[in-house]
Write a protein that binds this ligand. Sequence first.
Ligand code: COI
Length: 351
Amino acid sequence: MAQPSESSANSAACEGYDDIKWDQIEFGIVPTDFMYIMKCSEGEKFCDGSIIPYGKIELSPSAGILNYGQGLFEGLKAYRTEDGRIVLFRPEENAQRMKIGAERMCMPSPTINQFVNAVKQTVVSNKRWVPSVGQGSLYIRPLLMGTGSVLGLTPTTEYTFLIFTTPVVKSYHKGPLNLVVKDGLYRAVSGCGGTGGIKSITNYSPAYKAANEAKAEGFSDVLYLDSATGKFIEEVSTCNIFLVKGNAISTPKAEGTILPGITRKSIIDIAVDLGYQVEERAIPVEELLQADEVFCTGTAVVVNPVFSVTYNNTKAKYKTGSGTVSQKMYETLVGIQTGHIDDTKGWTVQI
Ligand code: COI
């Protein structure tokens, strides 16, 4: 298949676009046309990546990623704007977060420019998969992984940076969330052993068991408490959390155990601009139960209202729907991402 040229990236009417069955796309993996791959050896720098057809990759059974989970991932999206452009949202923030994570996981990382350029090339190659404006986005998944062989517990000798994409049309969650908080259930530990503040691959599958149990009990997901005291809220397995009380919007401070979400950071700035009093601080779970509104943020979930939080024998219910702060946050964020609202902060990067 011929690789589309960069100059035609902005055309909304892409060749092949009409062949895609957009209404059948759920939130999940839809294989797109191309992916990006770049390798480097231990002690060297990444250089010379390339776009290749999307497909399986070969891994040694002794690869560091398979045996000891030496890996990171990122998540960002490409959007079509109302005037037909394709834009990324703050990709250099993902690049920076991957760099910080790579340092923690003893891996080399692509430079910020390499990361952003690789993302652009991947999106250009897959531009027919970027949904039309207002219909969704192209989810971009950069991976950084130890692909060299290893037996002893030590960083491996070869690293691979790979980016694949998948279109997302439907929302991650089907509506407002009903979360559960359980004593003794933690996502991340504080101190030097913890990796809660980076997007380490190993942070995510350990949450499956708790989430599956919560779903079996009729909840959407688990909201985790801090492991040091068991008193303060941290995050949901897929997203950060905010509460609204009057004119104040609060979110747990992203310090070590909490992922510093890029949507989280953007919502904080938007809320300040809209005149809310914004606080990043420790939030006791009891305070959450007294909030007017609660919402979650993340690349995948965007801004998702929370309908209820259950903790011990209390089920707190919150405002959702029209006129809520979370709706205003959603509309402002998505408005900037799709060019409906002026991007005065320079958050969008045109491809
Ligand atoms: C994202 O929001 O992009 C994430 O990485 C969360 C993921 C678990 C779906």
